[in-house]
Ligand binder design. Sequence first.
Ligand SMILES: [Zn+2]
Length: 115
Amino acid sequence: MGALPVFRWRLAPDGYATRRQLRAQGLRPGGQDVAAQLERPRRRRGPLVAYLYRVDLAKPVRPMTDAKRAALAKANAARRTCPQCRRDAGYVIPPSLGTCVPCAFPTPSDCPRSV
Ligand SMILES: [Zn+2]
């Protein structure tokens, strides 16, 4: 605990930002504690104090999570899957063909749909 540094409005030192300012930079506090307080002008209603966070401890709003990685891998797998025979072609289906190569140029042994 202990007293937080308090800065006058617009006199906050570099390296500190409000949650809103972090957000504008694509950042979020990222679980860090409030690092300082900012006294806001009394002209308007609202909180008289804003909380400041350290920019160097902030984290990107959308980090590459495992879930996102998996979703991307899945999307890539979908792009590799032939819409006609539903097989993973092992490469991204060429838009010019729209199917895997065996489907685009069928031979009886390669593509089950051509039987
Ligand atoms: Zn195919």
